[in-house]
Design a protein around this ligand. Structure first.
Ligand code: ATP
Length: 505
């Protein structure tokens, strides 16, 4: 739904910007009708840029506008407006227009003060209301059965599990199978989930769990396609097996069997992902190029998701292959938002605190300069956030980690923990200059994949893995990375689209 609406919203914004000058000067109900008719005229042309805008959505907007423009309140408002503007001199009119334009630019600049306010004061309460009505906010221990342990971080333990269907009593049998334990449930337990138990009695664990929950709700409104679907949370009502009374659990939809780190352990990576990403084996292409296309498609998805979360003010701060789940349909989903920070309102931002995996962490260590003070109250922080983003580009933090993911995927000797640690020692010694590292390294890396197409992949890597410049830039943002020549030759996109077409046949 969000992806359906966003092109429409963008189109309307675009048209509003284009015509706001003439509109404001000649505002009348008829002009608004005219404006929307013109908008409809633009529709065809804008579709070419923004994708398909459903006709019924636009018609609804036009109908809504026509009835609004005929309402007495609207008409008297317009008359008031005309009276006020009529009393202004030409100069004053221009000044107010410039002021309104600048205000609009400020409020819509990244990370979006205006949309942030709408989200916080409208969308979040509506989501809470709808979730409460649908029962999503009243999950309980007995709704789930717990299976294998998948991982353990400092603040939580992650399990696979399933939703207990209504009117079913749980007959849970855990069988020894292969190396691990497997939860054996009959076919009624179809809906697989992932459950994270927030550690009890560990300092900072509760806070981290609360932040992770908050970020998941926030992302389910702002960029749901980028992350695992969040189902909600519950507090265990009694102590039994893995449950501790009072302990908090977070629940997600099960998105896929393996994350990118699991796939990278395979000797045949990235070819093991070929049919997952493209729905089939790419025929008639030599294996080196196939490898390159798979890696490019993964990178494109990671960076596209990062662009979306950065646009809304969130920096993930823990981008690494283990936090990228690969779905059955070849989508890469971001998980683990326990370390994320929302720099639109300063959520989970504590100066001088670094929570990260040192193997993927950029040289600056912190998302904002160390001297940045603790955030002020949320509305004030939100109002100042465009300045903070402009001055500090905190999103570039994630882009360094993304560069390391690219390097690991493309260079087999850097995929192991030891290989990556050696790389990190070497890159630090050459002050994070990847070109110098290439001359100096003793790791004898095979860079063939990055050197394809006149070294576009290598060039992208050098622009992601670098120190920040004097203006805290000097590294590509997600939006700039997507415009890099590496992504312009869209062979991976063509293969992905073709595979979707053949799947829908
Ligand atoms: N929604 C999901 N669908 C499928 N697998 C998932 C999902 N969420 C988590 N996982 C799997 O569980 C693992 C651990 O999850 P997560 O990273 O959130 O836990 P963690 O305790 O914070 O671990 P760490 O701190 O080591 O990153 C992931 O690497 C992934 O393989």
């Amino acid at each position: 739904m969000a992806s359906l609406l966003s092109p429409t919203v963008t189109t309307v914004q675009h048209n509003l910007k284009c015509t706001s000058f003439s509109l404001l000067r000649r505002t009348s109900p008829n002009n608004f009708c005219l404006y929307f008719n013109r908008l409809k005229g633009y529709h065809g042309r804008c579709n070419a840029f923004f994708g398909n805008i459903p006709d019924d959505l636009l018609d609804n907007a036009i109908n809504l506008d026509q009835s609004l423009s005929q309402s007495p309140i609207f008409q008297s408002g317009i008359m008031q407006f005309q009276k006020v503007t009529g009393e202004l001199s030409e100069m004053q009119r221009w000044e107010s227009l410039v002021f309104a334009g600048l205000t609009w630019i400020y409020l819509t600049a990244r990370p979006g003060v205006l949309i942030g306010a709408i989200d916080a004061y409208l969308f979040a309460p509506v989501q809470l209301g709808l979730d409460s009505l649908s029962g999503r906010r009243s999950l309980k221990r007995t709704d789930f059965v717990i299976g294998d342990k998948l991982g353990e971080g400092s603040f939580g333990v992650v399990y696979s599990g399933a939703i207990v269907p209504k009117n079913v009593t749980v007959e849970e049998r855990v069988q020894k199978r292969g190396r691990g334990k497997t939860l054996e449930l009959d076919e009624r337990f179809k809906e697989k989930v992932i459950l994270k138990k927030v550690k009890v009695g560990v300092q900072g664990a509760d806070e981290c769990g609360d932040f992770e929950e908050w970020f998941n709700y926030r992302l389910s409104r702002a960029a749901p396609e980028t992350c695992a679907e969040f189902l909600g949370s519950f507090v265990a009502d009694k102590t039994s097996s893995q449950f501790t009374k009072g302990g908090k659990w977070l629940v997600w939809k099960f998105e896929g069997d393996r994350n990118l780190a699991d796939y990278m352990k395979d000797r045949n990576f990235p070819l093991t992902l070929e049919s997952v990403m493209f729905g089939r084996v790419l025929q008639g292409i030599e294996s080196l190029k196939r490898n390159a296309l798979i890696i490019k498609q993964i990178m494109r998805q990671i960076i596209t998701s990062l662009k979306k979360i950065h646009d809304t003010g969130i920096v993930h701060r823990d981008v690494k292959p283990a936090n990228l789940v690969v779905t059955k349909r070849g989508q890469i989903k971001l998980i683990d938002f326990g370390a994320a920070t929302d720099l639109r309102i300063g959520k989970n931002y504590v100066p001088n605190r670094t929570l990260l995996d040192p193997d993927f962490c950029p040289p600056e260590l912190y998302v904002l300069p160390e001297e940045t003070p603790s955030p002020p109250p949320e509305p004030v922080a939100a109002f100042l956030s465009p300045i903070l983003w402009l001055l500090n580009s905190p999103d570039l933090f994630d882009m360094y980690s993304t560069g390391i993911v690219l390097l690991q995927m493309a260079v087999p000797t850097l995929r192991s923990t030891a290989g990556l640690k050696n790389f990190n020692v070497e890159i630090k010694a050459v002050k994070y200059n990847l070109n110098k590292w290439r001359e100096y390294t003793r790791l004898r890396p095979d860079l063939t994949i990055l050197d394809l197409d006149s070294g576009r992949g290598w060039d992208l890597a050098t622009k992601l893995i670098s120190e920040r410049g004097s203006l805290r830039r000097g590294r590509l943002s997600a939006a700039a990375a997507l415009r890099h020549p590496y992504f312009l030759l869209g062979g991976d996109q063509a293969a992905a689209v073709l595979s979707k077409l053949s799947l829908t046949k």
